[in-house]
Design a binder for this molecule. Sequence first.
Ligand SMILES: [Zn+2]
Length: 144
Amino acid sequence: MAQVPVAHGIFTWPSGEPRLIGSRCAACGIVTFPAQDSCPRCPSTAMAEHLLPRRGRLWAWTTQEFPPPAPPYAGSTGDAFVPYGIGYVELADEVRVETRLTTMEGLRIGIDMELVLVPFGAADDGNEVVSFAFRPVSGAGSGV
Ligand SMILES: [Zn+2]
């Protein structure tokens, strides 16, 4: 069984230390995630690929109590759905990333978080789909 990314262009793959792939506007410097073709803040379309830091700080979070709209959501639904944490992690004062969280325990605004890849179900061909998430750097998470 091989691992395949949930989508291409979201994070570097394959990689021992994956990084989220954002974009940065050459005109005004704003950083976006996911990467965009045109700047959300100015008229520029000069967006260059910009790898985001692997660590950041927790900005806000909540619990996803029901399956989000699909697509883009591709996880379990119905009785198989398990509530999970979602949050915003601020990376290097550049950009806030909406992300799944590996745990809901020990979370506090401003704690250090790091990027991890987590299993996200099985693909039609039997490969394991992996997506990204953030966990507290303290290691208090689920130990994925
Ligand atoms: Zn811009």
